[in-house]
Design a protein around this ligand. Structure first.
Ligand SMILES: [Zn+2]
Ligand SMILES: [Zn+2]
Length: 260
């Protein structure tokens, strides 16, 4: 598997990056490339089109329904519903159950059918805690994590490769279990120790991400979801103080290989 970082700015689109979105790709033995988009936050549909034609997606997966993780589904819906290719299948979308209503509200309409067409462009699948689903050879397992809204982290396995994405969360047992032994752990570090201590149950810091990575024994820790007002180096230093393994901060358009 490999991960293309489409957007990684925490909580809102920043001057150098869109909000959260990651393209997971895997080429199977027959040479077919599977493409699953994980989150599509504010500003991310633009840069996604620099990497692939969105019509090539096999599925989209949403960790939770904060705008910085789902809002640009509005653009993907327009693109999919009105595409010149009229043979596009319904695109599978795995997300918390209220996504169709949330999308309809943003689009100012009742129901799931875009104006002017007669079919729903997406096939919605609800996720819940410890839910397992597959997209081709990619196996997804969900865990409910600690955030003010229903929010999930994902553990994706393919052959002997393990990729884990935290979504948005503070420290919790579920995240430790989800990340156990991951080859690549893409983990949010939205807060800083000290500065953000008045908030609990919302985001990790670099330190808390590093502590989780150490407990879980991950191979590579990749920090993400760092907001525009935070210097990435600070998150990195916090994580390095508590975890000896390989750590990096991701940037837009980075490509990360998941290798066991
Ligand atoms: Zn977020
Ligand atoms: Zn969030």
């Amino acid at each position: 598997m490999r991960i293309h970082v489409i957007g990684c700015s925490g909580s809102f689109a920043g001057p150098r990056s869109a909000a959260s979105s990651y393209l997971l790709e895997h080429e199977d033995e027959a040479g077919r490339i599977w493409r699953v988009l994980i989150d599509l936050g504010s500003g991310a549909f633009g840069p996604l089109q620099r990497v692939i034609d969105p019509a090539q997606l096999d599925a989209v997966v949403f960790s939770h329904l904060h705008p910085d993780h789902f809002l640009d589904l509005t653009g993907l819906e327009v693109s999919w519903a009105y595409h010149e290719r009229t043979d596009l299948p319904q695109l599978p979308i795995h997300a918390p159950a209220s996504l169709p209503q949330r999308l309809a509200a943003v689009m100012c309409r009742e129901g799931d059918v875009p104006d002017g067409v007669d079919t729903v462009p997406f096939a919605y699948h609800s996720i819940s805690d410890r839910h397992v689903f597959e997209v081709g050879p990619l196996r997804f397992e969900t865990r409910l994590v600690l955030h003010p809204v229903e929010a999930y982290g994902f553990r994706v396995t393919c052959g002997d490769e393990v990729f884990v994405y935290s979504g948005d969360t503070d420290s919790c047992q579920a995240l430790d279990e989800l990340a156990a032994g991951a080859d690549l752990f893409l983990c949010e570090a939205g807060y800083l120790e000290g500065r953000d201590d008045r908030f609990t149950g919302v985001h990790l810091t670099g330190r808390r991400a590093g502590e989780c990575a150490a407990r879980a024994g991950v191979k590579v820790l990749a920090l993400t979801h760092i907001p525009a007002w935070t210097e990435p180096q600070q998150a990195l230093e916090e994580a390095r103080a508590v975890h000896d393994g390989e750590i990096r901060v991701v940037c837009p358009m980075d490509i990360l290989d998941v290798s066991p």
